[in-house]
Design a protein. Structure first.
Length: 476
């Protein structure tokens, strides 16, 4: 049995958390208070246990993956009670552990959820992509509300299963594509639905945000595992391999086994306004062209099966839907960009420093930055002439606040899993095309996709990338 490592009386190594002395649980306090006839709101345990949180009550929230983006997510929900924290890297998460000294700390989220079941209402998941689904699914099955960072999952199959499970469990959910709560994405929807640029038949979207290396071979060195890192738990459901700093804590996004590349990272942000405004679902086809991996020793493997290519272009085709015409969506990453619109004035920056989107309509163009920020009709003279429609979409109280309110019985959050699941599926289908890009070129094909079966119909070998086999001991 593994010995429990503790800091300040808090368990950090997967064993049951403990405290210095006995403490009345929050639910026992509420149970005692329920006897008072002056209570205005019945406590949640009377109304059905975890999952029902009266608006007047603060949520008990646990964090899974709290050393990076998870630290920021927790800060955004810190108006509630942060009661438990989980991270496999004690050094990377040290500042977060210090920030919430009363939260019990773990390294294995499975142990945390089982141990803290009665104390947790909601969970924030911000692990590397390859662990999103297993952590999120366990929380959902236990009736916990879940906020999960983008992309929702590592594979398309996981995205569909997670959305289905959340729907059946009736829990409040939100994916961490924060731009969905912004003003920009709402303006884009309202302008397109108003007919500002006519029917949209083509969209170009890109990112410049690949701040990690790609196009790499697997490291050959096997340095020692840092003492504060539980490497086996970090690997989670992914295939076993030796530790290397090229993966953890920060550079995992570029590796097929752990991340989802530039498309998975920023697609859920920059393609979100396209998905919403143009009422997209699944594409009928997708294809990709990528930078070619050049091995350093032999030429027998022209495509790198270890990490994403340095740059790629992904082309989606969508059918007619809800009164909108068939359209093409083209994605660019790794420094590649679409053609500069003729309407864009000289000297004017295209998008913003993280990327952007250009909507091409029959009557004009809309350009925005990453996350749907700062949309404008182009050229600027068109923007000045345009009479904006009345606002028709409810404005957000804040991306994290939406989720908190939903947990307490309010309206569903904007990027709840019924929305985020299909968005993630669309994004990750592009990575399947990236994985198959050389074979597609060799056979003169593009992937034809059937949404109902979640299968490529003309190249069956592509379907192995819809899901992955989990390592022993891990399950969805």
């Amino acid at each position: 049995m593994r010995r429990a490592t503790t800091i300040g009386g808090r368990c950090l190594d997967g064993q049951k958390a403990f405290e210095a002395g006995p403490k009345m649980s929050r639910r026992r306090v509420l149970g005692a208070a329920a006897n008072l006839t002056t209570l205005m709101i019945v406590p949640r345990h009377v109304l059905g246990g975890t999952g029902h949180v009266p608006p007047s009550e603060r949520l008990n929230i646990a964090g899974i993956g709290v050393g990076g983006q998870g630290a920021g997510d927790l800060q955004n929900v810190s108006s509630e009670n942060i009661v438990a924290l989980c991270d496999v890297d004690r050094a990377h998460a040290a500042e977060t552990f210090k920030r919430y000294p009363n939260a019990r700390a773990y390294s294995d989220f499975r142990v945390m959820l089982e141990t803290e079941d009665k104390n947790i209402d909601a969970v924030v998941v911000a692990t590397p992509d390859h662990t999103h689904a297993v952590a999120t699914m366990m929380a959902i099955k236990m009736g916990k509300h879940v906020y999960c960072e983008k992309p929702l999952t590592h594979s398309m199959y996981e995205a569909r299963e997670i959305a289905k499970a959340a729907r059946e469990a009736g829990v409040a959910t939100q994916m961490g594509n924060q731009g969905h709560a912004g003003e920009g994405i709402r303006l884009i929807c309202e302008w397109i639905w108003d007919g500002a640029i006519g029917p949209v038949r083509e969209v170009h979207a890109w990112t410049t945000h690949a701040v990690w290396p790609q196009g790499l071979q697997r490291p050959r060195e096997t340095p020692p595992v840092p003492h504060a890192l539980d490497w086996d738990l970090w690997l989670g459901p992914a295939p076993s391999r030796p530790y290397h700093p090229a993966y953890a804590p920060a550079l995992w996004r570029g590796w097929w086994d752990f991340g989802t590349g530039g498309l998975g990272d920023m697609g859920c942000h920059n393609l979100d306004p396209v998905f919403w405004a143009l009422r997209l679902g699944a594409p009928t086809s997708v294809e990709a062209s990528c930078s070619v991996f050049v091995p350093t020793i032999t030429w027998d493997k022209p495509f790198n099966t270890e990490s994403y290519p340095q740059a790629s272009i992904v082309r989606y085709e969508f059918p007619e839907r809800e009164g909108m015409p068939a359209m093409d969506l083209i994605w660019y990453d790794g420094g590649l960009m679409p053609q500069r619109p003729r309407e864009l004035e000289d000297g004017r920056f295209m998008g913003d420093k993280l990327g952007g989107v250009v909507f091409v309509g029959d009557k004009g163009k809309i350009m925005c930055g990453s996350y749907g920020n700062a949309p404008r009709l182009i050229p600027e003279s068109r923007m000045r002439e345009y009479k904006r429609p009345e606002k028709s979409i409810l404005r957000s109280v804040g991306h994290h606040k939406e989720w908190i309110d939903a947990c307490k019985g309010g309206r569903p959050a904007g990027s709840n899993f019924d929305y985020a699941g299909p968005l993630t599926e669309m994004v990750l289908l592009g990575n399947v095309a990236v994985r198959m890009s050389l074979e597609l070129q060799a056979k003169g094909l593009k992937l034809l996709y059937d949404e109902a079966s979640m299968k490529v119909t003309n190249l069956p070998e592509a379907n192995e990338y819809m899901h992955r086999t989990y390592r022993d001991g891990w399950t969805l």
